[in-house]
Design a protein around this ligand. Structure first.
Ligand SMILES: Cc1cc2nc3c(=O)[nH]c(=O)nc-3n(C[C@H](O)[C@H](O)[C@H](O)COP(=O)(O)OP(=O)(O)OC[C@H]3O[C@@H](n4cnc5c(N)ncnc54)[C@H](O)[C@@H]3O)c2cc1C
Length: 296
């Protein structure tokens, strides 16, 4: 939208590839390949504008419905991160580029990338979890920093499990004490590879064990999953991942835009802890920046 309005847009993302909290990975172990979505498991499609974006990606084979998670649930194909790759298509994005400081200058904003690379821009948008927004916004816009600092993002410990044989249960998603979801990733559309499960601990459990070693989490969460489904597990691949900032709280602002100084923020933390909400937040901010009104 910003490019179409004639603005020159440059995106810097510290990730090495498209994903953020919608990340995927494939691994090979003992002659088996496994494909994991270790962040978000699916996304909802409810808003008409997001529905039309999703339909275009579906035409390209990059997303597909996944009724196992609900009537309005979709997944990226053949991995969740494909959704982000599709949304990022055609945008000038520098990967592996961490923004480490932001300061206002005579000509607008100075953005420091990494240790010493400084770029100047007229306007800046921060699209990241609230805690990271608060760190960068501080010097430029104390009000934005205050709001972001007041918004808490819950952590999530995740364990990926790969098996030589399918587990003897029929469900695609199971939930239980301490486990917000355990999802058969190999059962999603267009997945290749062996039996792959992703177990997400719930926020209370994740907070309790936040600073534990990954090896300890792998054991504890696997045991919990095993007792939940009543099966003795013999995974050939196990890997824990700590999401320090996973699920945002909900707010009603939708986005934040300080027109006077040309600084904005968007992301799930300004609406609701979902992929669709993050997209709507970004879209709403885009409309405010180009002055297209707010008819969402
Ligand atoms: C474990 C887990 C399970 C989830 N399950 C679901 C689900 O099933 N369905 C659903 O809809 N949602 C789910 N979510 C939430 C969903 O992933 C988020 O709501 C959504 O990804 C938010 O998008 P965002 O663009 O606001 O933030 P992010 O996806 O976090 O993207 C922010 C980007 O900013 C980059 N970044 C951060 N700081 C900097 C910096 N200083 N410099 C440069 N780049 C930076 C990051 O690399 C990242 O790519 C889940 C999240 C997690 C972690």
């Amino acid at each position: 939208m910003l490019s179409e309005a004639g603005l020159s847009v440059h995106v810097f993302d510290k990730g090495r590839r498209p994903g953020g909290r919608v990340s995927s990975r494939t691994v090979e172990k003992d002659a088996h390949d496994f494909s994991f979505d270790y962040g978000a498991q699916y996304f909802t499609v409810r808003h008409p504008l997001f529905r039309s974006v999703t339909a275009k990606l579906a035409d390209k084979g990059m997303v597909s419905r996944w009724p196992v998670a609900g009537e309005d649930a979709w997944v990226g194909t053949p991995r969740m991160a494909k959704l982000i790759e599709g949304l990022a298509d055609g945008i000038d994005i520098a990967w592996g580029a961490e923004v480490t400081a932001l300061s206002s200058s005579k000509s607008g904003w100075s953005v420091r990338i990494g240790d010493s690379d400084v770029r100047n821009f007229d306007q800046v948008v921060l699209a990241m979890p609230a805690e990271q927004t608060a760190l960068l916004a501080g010097a430029g816009d104390p009000e934005m920093a205050r709001r972001a600092a007041g918004s808490r993002t819950e952590p999530c410990w995740t364990v990926m499990l790969g098996f030589a044989e399918p587990l003897p249960i029929h469900e695609g998603i199971v939930k239980g004490p301490g486990i917000s979801s355990a999802t058969r990733n190999s059962g999603k559309p267009k997945r290749q590879g062996g039996e792959a499960w992703v177990v997400h601990a719930d926020p209370d459990w994740s907070r309790q064990y936040l600073e534990h070693e990954p090896a300890d989490i792998e054991q504890r969460l696997s045991e919990r999953f095993a007792s939940l489904i009543g099966v003795t597990l013999q995974p050939i691949f196990t890997r824990a991942h700590r999401w320090r900032y996973a699920l945002s709280s909900s707010r009603s602002e939708g986005c934040y835009w300080n027109e006077e100084i040309g600084l904005g923020a968007c992301g799930d933390w300004l609406l609701a802890p979902r992929i669709e909400s993050a997209w709507i937040s970004g879209h709403t901010l885009g409309k405010r920046i180009v002055g297209a009104g707010l008819d969402l």
